[in-house]
Each structure stands twice: as structure tokens, then as C-alpha cells.
Design a protein around this ligand. Structure first.
Ligand code: C5P
Length: 234
């Protein structure tokens, strides 16, 4: 059973290691899991991940790998050596297969099915024969069959993906907004409660925490909401 605190992943979307260190310091013991993406990752964030891991935090490396199999495999091994918990790859069969075969040291691979910024017209323009919903389902099934550990999905997709992939894959949902908070540019949002009830295992939350006047209180309120929703869903 996951503890509510370990189901919240804070997106450290800041542009320097100094800013990240300050935020992690403010959040203290309240937060146990951080996501590092392009913005911080390419500004020293991978080295900083090592510090977080050494300090007992879990790290989600969100660099969405996609390349020839050998390159993906070597990248996965490097991330595994860091001691990261999650790493994203794009949900292309060759990429997922290479990542799953190369993972070690407890690293779990998450697949990104279709970026939520794409709609049906974007997929057609990129040469795909499927609308978004069908491509998401097709890639999720491929991920499951290849032994991928989890999927990144919108809270809206979580319930149908849970039915499709079964209980074992981790569903990780961004697009979370606590009741009454601003949407930013997120289009498909859900409250922490709705995401947990839809079957999400982990919630990724950025601005509602890192841009809050009191980030620690914002994180604590979300963890409390996760705990209440988890009890309801049992
Ligand atoms: O600030 P906010 O809570 O919107 O941040 C959400 C985080 O999740 C960001 O790091 C963003 O890149 C990521 N993400 C997302 N939507 C996806 C995949 C990842 O918002 N479909």
C-alpha cells in the first residue's frame, strides 16, 4: 500500500539548481517525490537528482526518451545508476522494448502514449492513421504487453486505461488542480480526489505547489486530500 505522501510527485519546474534547492528546502519532509523535466534537467538537474536521492527522496526523470534501441538502453542504464525511481519514454514499441530490457536498480519505466497537446488533427498532420483516443489505447496495450511499468496519462483517461491495462501498471497523472485553483494552460484537469477515484496511483503537481505563497501548506493539503480519497476508493 502506497502512503498518501508517496503518491504526490512535485514537478520541480524551475530553471536553476539553486531555485530547486530552495524549493526542496521549503517543502522539507512534507514531500518525498520530485519530477525533473527538461527545464531543470538541462540546467544541472540530473546532478541535483543524485543529491535528492542521497537525501532519501524519490526522483522521476521526465526526459521522454526516444532514439534507436541501443541509445535508449544506454540512457536508461545511466538513469538507473543514478537511483531514480521513474523514467519516461515515448510509447514506440522499439523504444519501450529497449527501455524495459535495460532497466535495473529498481528503475521503473513509464510510457507517454500521446502528448496531451496533440489533437486528432495534429496526429493526422504528423502522418498517423488513428485519432488520439485510438492511438492512446493502442500504445497503452503495447506498453502493457512489453512489460512497461506504468503510463503517464491525463486524469480523464485514467479510468479507461485502468480497465485496459489492469491493476499492475502505475498510472501517473499530471493536470491536477486542487479545488478552487487556477487552471493555467492545462486543458484537461481534475482535482486530486477525482484523479485518485479514477484509478491514478501518482499525481504530478507543479504550479499549484511551486508557485503557491506557501508551497509546504499547499503540498500538505493535497496529500491530505489524497489520503481521504484513497480511503474512499478502498
Ligand atoms: O504546473 P503543472 O501542475 O501544470 O505541471 C504539470 C507537470 O506535468 C509539468 O511538469 C508538465 O510538463 C507535466 N505534464 C503535463 N501534461 C502531460 C505530461 C506532463 O502537464 N501530459
Amino acid at each position: 500500500m502506497l502512503q498518501p505522501r508517496d503518491r504526490l510527485i512535485v514537478a520541480l519546474d524551475v530553471s536553476s539548481v539553486e531555485a530547486a534547492e530552495a524549493m526542496v528546502g521549503r517543502l522539507g519532509d512534507t514531500v518525498s517525490f520530485y519530477k525533473i523535466g527538461y527545464q531543470l534537467g538541462f540546467a544541472g538537474g540530473i546532478g541535483f537528482s543524485q543529491k535528492l536521492i542521497d537525501a532519501g527522496k524519490q526522483v522521476f526523470v521526465d526526459l521522454k526518451l526516444h532514439d534507436i534501441g541501443n541509445t535508449v538502453a544506454q540512457g536508461v542504464k545511466s538513469v538507473a545508476r543514478l537511483g531514480a525511481t521513474f523514467l519516461t519514454v515515448h510509447a514506440y514499441p522499439q523504444t519501450m522494448k529497449a527501455a524495459v530490457e535495460a532497466r535495473e536498480n529498481g528503475l521503473r519505466i513509464l510510457a507517454v502514449t500521446v502528448l496531451t497537446s496533440s489533437d486528432d488533427a495534429d496526429l493526422a498532420a504528423a502522418g498517423y492513421a488513428f485519432p488520439v483516443a485510438e492511438l492512446v489505447a493502442r500504445r497503452a496495450a503495447q506498453a502493457r504487453d512489453l512489460g512497461v511499468d506504468g503510463l503517464v496519462c491525463s486524469p480523464e483517461e485514467a479510468a479507461s486505461l485502468r480497465r485496459l491495462v489492469g491493476p499492475d501498471m502505475a498510472l501517473v497523472t499530471p493536470g491536477i488542480r486542487p479545488p478552487g485553483s487556477v487552471k493555467d494552460e492545462q486543458k484537461r484537469i481534475a482535482t486530486p480526489t477525482a484523479a485518485i477515484l479514477a484509478g491514478a496511483d501518482y499525481l504530478v503537481v507543479g504550479r499549484p505547489i511551486v508557485a503557491a505563497a506557501d508551497p509546504k501548506a499547499a503540498a500538505a493539503a493535497i496529500i491530505e486530500e489524497i489520503g481521504t480519497a484513497a480511503k474512499q476508493s478502498n
